[in-house]
Design a protein around this ligand. Structure first.
Ligand code: NAP
Length: 285
């Protein structure tokens, strides 16, 4: 970054709030490692100014980048093309240029699969998955797992309509889905029936670490892989309970890293220095 000059290419993440984003440190470390004359900046966009922001980035020649809360869905109407994953998930976290067209992609689900593979998860179609939550992250994870061949899902969400929406989507992809209630026996039963359990809700995230999903330690089953997409704190109350019951656990850091590696390769066209990006993330989390 010491060589920012008239030829420097600019990449950006759009969001609001954005000050907490780890994307600039992760991607600028990657540019530096590869000796690329590029810079990645975090841009705070006012909530009603997304359209102007996209016109601005086109006019200014921003080369690509990412989008985060609250624009992951709203950006879709301002893009020229969507990848299959982004269209199915209904949300975009990555934008890039191809032949003069502005594309939207979603690397959250594919990143999650990379994280699972690194945790040696067996993708046999007979494996069944419990999703806690039915928001954007759940849609990304669910679609990725369904496209990877997983057939059986249980969804537990506070808002029933949203759970039904995700169930419909997964059923269209050939999955069998059961819905359980967020509280009590429904949730308890769902735990014993599934080999992979994924918390996609923000419950337990900094600074509300004490507010995990309403689950008891004894509900977890040995042999389960339990994932929390939260990475701050690195071990949520939810993961602590799973670990205490002998489950294998995985936090959200590896998904964050893997979706970042995939996004970098999308918008830069270069192979990402994945190890450097992981090291940089760990320094900042
Ligand atoms: P979202 O679209 O707003 O969805 C949030 C989900 O959590 C919804 O299902 C919502 O249920 C549920 N929820 C929220 N507050 C709740 C509460 N008090 N009680 C019960 N359920 C509650 O958010 P998102 O984009 O999916 O993100 C969710 C989490 O995933 C965040 O913590 C985010 O940081 C994390 N994430 C991590 C990565 C990564 O790379 N590690 C990537 C993406 C997201 P209702 O439908 O009932 O409102």
């Amino acid at each position: 970054m010491s060589s920012v000059n008239g030829k420097t290419k600019v990449f950006a993440v759009l969001g609001n709030p954005i000050e907490h984003s780890l994307s600039p440190v992760m991607y600028n470390a990657a540019f530096s490692e590869l000796g690329m004359n590029s810079i990645y900046v975090a841009l705070k966009v006012e909530k009603d100014k997304l359209k102007d922001a996209i016109r601005g980035l086109k006019a200014l020649g921003i080369q690509g980048g990412n989008v985060t809360i609250p624009f992951k869905e709203k950006i879709i109407s301002h893009l020229d093309e969507l990848t299959t994953e982004a269209r199915l998930i209904g949300a975009v976290n990555t934008f890039y240029w191809e032949e003069g067209r502005l594309w939207g992609d979603n690397t959250d689900g594919a990143g999650f699969l990379v994280a699972l593979r690194r945790a040696n998860f067996d993708f046999a179609p007979s494996k069944s998955v419990l999703l806690l939550g039915a928001g954007g992250a759940a849609r990304a994870v669910g679609v990725a797992l369904a496209l990877a061949g997983i057939k059986n899902f249980t969804i537990v969400n506070r808002n029933r309509e949203k759970a039904e929406g995700l169930a419909n989507l997964l059923e269209k992809l050939g999955s069998i889905v059961s819905l359980r209630s967020w509280q009590g026996q429904g949730l308890k039963d769902a735990f014993s029936e599934n080999k992979l359990v994924v918390n996609t809700t923000p419950l337990g995230m900094f600074p509300q670490e004490e507010e995990g999903p309403p689950v008891e330690e004894k509900w977890f089953a040995k042999g389960q892989l339990v994932v929390d997409l939260i990475y701050k704190p690195q071990e949520t109350l939810f993961l602590q309970k799973a670990k205490a019951h002998g489950c294998q656990t995985l936090n959200g850091l590896s998904t964050l890293w893997a979706q970042g590696v995939l996004a970098f390769e999308r918008w830069s066209g270069q192979k990402a220095p994945a190890d450097i990006m992981a090291q940089e993330l760990k320094r900042w989390v």
